[in-house]
Design a protein around this ligand. Sequence first.
Ligand code: ATP
Length: 383
Amino acid sequence: MGRMIRFERVTKRYADGTTAVDDLSFEVAEGELVTLVGPSGCGKTTTMKMVNRLTEPTEGRIFVDGQDIADVDPVRLRRRIGYVIQQVGLFPHKTVLENTATVPHLLGVKRSAARARAAELLALVGLDPSVHGDRYPEQLSGGQRQRVGVARALAADPPVLLMDEPFGAVDPVVREHLQSEFLKLQSEVRKTVLFVTHDIEEAVRLGDRIAVYGQGRIEQFDAPATVLGAPATPYVADFVGADRGLKRLSVTPVEPGDLEQPPVVHLDDALPRELGSRWAVVLDRDDNLHGWISAEQAARTSGTVGDHARRMEAWLPVGASLKQAFATMLQHDAGWIAVVDGEERGRFLGVLTPARLHEALRRSIDADARDVPRTDVDLETVG
Ligand SMILES: Nc1ncnc2c1ncn2[C@@H]1O[C@H](COP(=O)(O)OP(=O)(O)OP(=O)(O)O)[C@@H](O)[C@H]1O
C-alpha cells in the first residue's frame, strides 16, 4: 500500500513563540486510520490543520499522495481532504440532505445526482434519508448531527479524512455507538484517516495505529495492542493508564468465533419434550432472536414454543466490546448473553459465556504477545 500522508521534520511555531509541533516525522499508509492522542495543547489539532493548509508549517515538508502540499493550491487541496470537526458546522438554514449535498454540488455535480449521492451517504452513516433528510440541523440530536458531519465530509469522496474530536460532544453511550458505526463505515470506504482525540480508549478502539503525543512530539507510534502491551516510555505508560488490562476488554470485540452454539428452537415449533440442554434459545421464523425457554418448561407443558418462551433481555450485537458483554452479564445477572448480527434483535449468532469471554481476552493478549515480550503483558489488572 502506498503512503498517503507523510510528515518530514515538520515544526510549527506560532507568532507568539509557542512551539506547537516540534520536528515531527511520520507516515500514514493509504487506507490506514491513525489516531492522534494526547493531552490538551500537545499539538494534535495543529498537526491536522497543517495537512489541509489551514495552518502552514514553520519548517519541514508535508506530502499528500506523493505531492508536497506547499505546491498545491489550498482550495484544490481541501477538495481531496474531508474535514470533520466537533462543532459540526452544518448550515442551519439548509436541510440535512442539502447540507450533505453541498460539496458535490459545488464541485459541479448536478443537483439531482448530488442529492441522490447525499441520500446514499446518509444511509451509510445510519440516518434514514426519508426520515431525516428534510429536517434542519436543529431538529437532530447531537449524535445525529455528528453523523451528518461525517456524511458531508465523505460526499466529495476524498481519499483523506481529517477528523478532529468528531465524537467529543456527545455522551459516552452515543459516542460508543458512533465509534462502532464509524468503524463499520471505514471498513467499507477505506479512507486514509487522521483522527484526533484526547481519549485513549477512543484512540485504541479506532486506530490501526496510534500516535501518542507528548509536548509537540510523538512519543510512540504503534498498533493499539503494542501501545497497551508495551508502552515505549514512562510517559506513554502513564498516559495509557495502569488499567490497560481492563482497557483491553473495551477494545476487544466479540467475534463470531467466540460464541457457543446452544440448542435452538423456533417460535412455531411444537414444544419438544427434551431440549438436550437446560435451556434453548428461541428464534422467530427469520432466525432473529426472540428469547429463551428452559428445559423444565419444555417438559412440563404442551403447545408451541411461542406460548412459553420468555423474551430475551440480555443480548449484544456482534462486534460489541468484551467490556460491554461483561457489563451486560453483570447488569442482568446472566450466565450467558445472546449475540446477534445487528443493533436490533437481529439474526442470532450464538451465545457468549464467561468461559468464552475469558478465551476471547486470552486471544487478544496472545495476538499482542506476538509483537511484544510476554513479560510485558500484564494479566493481573484484567481481574
Ligand atoms: N493560533 C495560535 N497561536 C498561538 N498558539 C497557538 C495557536 N493555536 C494553537 N496554539 C498553541 O499551540 C499548542 C498546540 O495547540 P493544539 O491546538 O495543536 O493542541 P491540541 O493537542 O489539539 O489541544 P486540544 O486537545 O486542547 O485541542 C498549544 O499550546 C496552543 O495554545
